[in-house]
Design a protein around this ligand. Structure first.
Ligand SMILES: Cc1ncc(COP(=O)(O)O)c(C=O)c1O
Length: 400
């Protein structure tokens, strides 16, 4: 009998972390590697937020808190949801966790039974299917195509829903594609959900504030108020506020579900870090002025990366609405051979060869459920991005 659980055998380690580790190993070995794998902004946490954390430490706010968040943060979250999304929630409908990841995990743990299905549009954030498996559910992957800029159509959603479907996990703007659904596109999906009253929506709005051009963010309960009673609106401060290390995420939804999530959290992590919670209060209530200049930087980088990748032979890269990722297709490179003799049979081989032969670390598309593609995170300096894209162009040009 194995010492390790059967549940564990169903999941795999995060491929994005594996790529980051491989790149770090090569760097340590003295190789010149540029990492485009990181899922976090290269900006520092804004000073007012750091100051709030320091003030919290000095004021002795260093003890256990209520399991799913201090009242001040819950109030700030309710105010944010009203201000940005037009959604009315009370503090009893809000749960704060140790990062967006724990919030999603708590919700799945609190609701899934064996046999329950969760519809996950692909390309998806790598953790969704594995979290569903850990919670005992069955991921049902609904593949979107590059032709619709990686957005799921109503027919695709309809086809993925069965009597066993418990949740749809929705993520816009998306990791890994950056795709953001317009209100009209989202309405087509919520119309499908109206026809299936047993299906709940877990919307992961983590990249809400990272949107470019004239894209207007929208979230399911806002677009279709009739879904309010079966929507869990999830968000966090990690990405927009450059607070990935602080580990604060949150969700709002029906009180019964929030209470169930609290029960899970109270028996696992007790509560998110007290100091980080006070920092998050400032993030949500304080100035939002840094968002616009940060987004200008991201937009400039996005445009440069797209232009340079589209100039690479065999690569085609759509323009996404948000986040800090692009998800180019390498269909034109498949079947070719690199100067070192690697036959590019799929996107995993492409990414490995690109790392080993040209020193650029990207995450291969199969990890996100749609091939042949790769993900570039442009949350790094212009200089790094320019050099990395030049290397990708040279690598592709040398394929025969
Ligand atoms: C789509 C998406 N949701 C959730 C998370 C998790 O965020 P956190 O760092 O707050 O746990 C990430 C982080 O990469 C993400 O990309």
């Amino acid at each position: 009998m194995s010492f390790l659980s059967e549940t564990l055998s169903r999941v795999k380690p995060s491929p994005t972390i594996a790529v980051t580790q491989k790149a770090a190993e090569l760097k340590r070995a003295g190789k010149d590697v540029i990492g485009l794998g990181a899922g976090e902004p290269d900006f520092d946490t804004p000073q007012n937020i750091k100051d709030a954390a320091i003030a919290a430490i000095n004021a002795g706010k260093t003890k256990y808190t209520a399991p799913d968040g201090i009242p001040e943060l819950k109030e700030a979250i309710c105010a944010k949801l009203k201000r940005d999304n037009g959604l009315d929630y009370t503090p009893a409908q809000v749960s704060v966790g140790t990062g967006g990841k724990q919030i999603l995990y708590n919700a799945l743990m609190a609701t899934l039974n064996e046999g329950d299905e969760v519809v996950i549009p692909a390309p998806y954030w790598v953790s969704y299917p594995d979290m569903v498996l850990l919670a005992g559910g069955t991921p049902v992957i609904a593949e979107a195509s590059i032709q619709t800029n990686f957005k799921l159509t109503a027919d695709q959603l309809e086809a993925a829903i069965t009597d066993k479907t418990k949740w749809l996990i929705f993520n816009s703007p998306s990791n890994p594609t950056g795709a953001g659904y317009t209100k009209a596109e989202l309405k087509e999906l919520t119309d499908v959900l109206l026809r299936h009253p047993h299906v709940w929506v877990m919307t992961d709005d983590m990249y809400e504030h990272l949107a470019y051009d004239d894209f207007e963010f929208c979230t399911p309960a806002e677009v279709e108020p009739a879904l309010y009673d079966r929507t869990l609106t999830c968000n966090g401060v990690s990405k927009a506020y450059a607070m990935t290390g602080w580990r604060i995420g949150y969700a709002a939804g029906p009180e019964k579900l929030i209470a169930a999530m609290r029960k899970i959290q109270s028996q696992s992590t007790s509560n998110p870090c007290s100091i980080s919670q006070w920092a998050a209060v400032e993030a949500l209530n304080g100035t939002q002025d840094f968002l616009a200049p940060n987004n200008e930087t991201f937009k400039r980088r996005r445009n440069m990366v797209i232009e340079m990748l589209n100039e690479a032979e065999g690569i085609s890269c759509p323009t996404p609405e948000g986040a800090f990722y692009v998800y180019p297709s390498i269909a034109g490179c498949i079947g070719k051979t690199s100067p070192a003799g690697t036959k590019i049979e799929n996107d995993e081989i492409f990414a490995t060869a690109l790392l080993e032969e040209s020193g650029v670390a990207v995450v291969f598309g199969a990890a996100f459920g749609l091939s042949p593609n790769f993900r570039v995170s442009y949350a790094t300096s212009d200089e790094n991005l320019k050099e990395a894209c030049t290397r990708i162009q040279k690598f592709c040009a040398a394929l025969t």
